[in-house]
Design a protein around this ligand. Structure first.
Ligand SMILES: NC(=O)c1ccc[n+]([C@@H]2O[C@H](COP(=O)([O-])OP(=O)(O)OC[C@H]3O[C@@H](n4cnc5c(N)ncnc54)[C@H](O)[C@@H]3O)[C@@H](O)[C@H]2O)c1
Ligand SMILES: O=C(O)C(=O)C[C@]1(C(=O)O)C=C[C@@H](O)C=C1
Length: 390
């Protein structure tokens, strides 16, 4: 791939453009808001304006409801030889492409399963898609050359392609992305009118559960509207569980011994199912990893402390499976959690201690293995408390 065009230079479009320019692709940038395109260009994402001849591929990184119309318009302008989008919903855009009279043979739907709760080019990051899943949804009309170009795009962004039809995609993301967003918003909404004293108690748990509720309201309204039925189906099941959980808690608060026992069993069942669900997604976005345990190290707030810790771990030959940092703004220290194999944890903790690191006590996991609940992306928390890729 030598040239690409990106229409919509917000978070996702600019992140793609940055990844492509790093691989020597010349990227042409356009946005309905010209200042967004200029900002992206200033970040090194490419050149503002259209290509002199049709680009090898155009990426439409606009809201889901805009994809069909933007595709038809850009095809009229002969922006590129083939086109893909990145919208979080695939069925609606696929239908709109047909309705807008666009050439569906040179279009393939796409959806990188990576993002952030922030919008706009300034939130972009060239490595956003590395090792993340990127769904490609060829329609019955999509040509082979278009599919191959899209596969090349995904590879240049460092992502892992998954082919899935639009309907299956929309049902899957309803569970793994869209309903979770609604649940995060519902929970975050509970915090709105809390007293300052109560809010001050908000720790990492509620921050983790509500982070995505920071997403752009217009974009998420569009996403939820475009996948309304599938999201409603998931939330109906969640609502059933919620009603059952409330009943269990009411029973536990009452006097009836039999009802209390039922409540306990129902709660335990919910928590156990939650654990099993977490286990299904654990581990580096690829294979389930149920065997890691955490080693926690408190580090100072000086610049370079994290790099120094990782340097020590590397010198000691420690294999880190995953990592996170809990860094509350304005606190003089952060808590780093390194996920390692259970058999390595104790020895590693001791060796880090010997090197002067403040390691928290580690349980002895060298016996029979117990599944860990704590895995996921390597993330760090910046000074605003937001999680970012480490
Ligand atoms: N935010 C995420 O985490 C995430 C992750 C994966 C995919 N997506 C999808 O990516 C797409 C873009 O989302 P984002 O987070 O980058 O949003 P964003 O708001 O950061 O960027 C969208 C950009 O599109 C521009 N735009 C809107 N209509 C346009 C039009 N008609 N022509 C040209 N430009 C137009 C806007 O001015 C804006 O700069 C959406 O379809 C979204 O569903 C988002
Ligand atoms: O990490 C986040 O902030 C996201 O919400 C990213 C996320 C997701 O749900 O995983 C959000 C919407 C997208 O369409 C794809 C990715």
């Amino acid at each position: 791939m030598r040239t690409a065009a990106v229409v919509g230079t917000g978070l996702i479009g600019t992140s793609i453009a940055l990844a492509l320019t790093r691989h020597g692709v010349t990227v042409y940038l356009a946005d309905a808001d010209v200042s967004a395109a200029r900002t992206a260009a200033a970040l090194g994402a490419g050149l503002v304006g259209g290509p002199p001849v049709p680009a090898d591929i155009a990426v439409l990184a606009v809201p889901p409801a805009r994809v069909g119309a933007v595709l038809a318009e850009q095809q009229r302008r002969r922006l590129a030889r083939c086109y893909t989008d990145v919208a979080s919903v695939k069925g609606g855009p696929e239908r709109e492409v047909a309705a807008a009279g666009a050439d569906a043979a040179v279009f393939i739907g796409g959806h990188p399963m990576a993002g952030r709760e922030r919008s706009g080019p300034l939130a972009a990051c060239a490595t956003l898609f590395e090792e993340r899943t990127w769904v490609l949804s060829p329609s019955a009309h999509t040509g082979r050359d278009t599919l191959n170009r899209a596969l090349e795009l995904v590879a240049l962004c460092g992502a892992v392609p998954v082919l899935m039809d639009s309907e299956a995609h929309d049902r899957a993301v309803a569970v793994v992305s869209h309903a979770p967003h609604v649940v995060a918003a519902l929970m975050a909404a509970r915090l709105q009118h809390l007293s300052p004293d109560a809010v001050r108690l908000a720790g990492q748990g509620v921050r983790d559960v509500t982070r995505i509720a920071d997403g752009d309201v217009r974009l998420w309204s569009d996403i939820l509207e475009s996948n309304a039925t599938a999201v409603a189906d998931v939330l109906e099941e969640v609502a059933g569980d919620l009603i059952g959980t409330v009943a269990a808690l009411r029973a536990l608060a009452g006097e009836d011994t039999g009802a209390r026992a039922g409540g306990t069993a129902r709660l335990a069942d919910l928590l156990t199912r939650g654990l099993a669900g977490r286990g299904a997604i654990a581990g580096k976005h690829k294979t389930p990893d149920l065997t890691c345990v955490p080693v926690r190290i408190r580090i100072g707030d000086q610049p370079g402390e994290l790099a120094r810790l990782l340097g020590t771990a590397s010198e000691l030959g420690i294999n880190i499976e995953d990592m996170s940092i809990d860094h509350t703004p304005d606190k003089p220290s952060g808590l780093v959690e390194l996920m390692v194999s259970p058999t390595a944890a104790l020895g590693m903790a001791q060796r880090l201690k010997d090197c002067g690191w403040r390691v928290q006590r580690v349980a002895d996991h060298s016996g029979p293995r117990t599944p860990s609940r704590r895995t996921g992306t390597a993330t760090r928390r910046d000074r605003t408390g937001a999680r970012t890729a480490a």
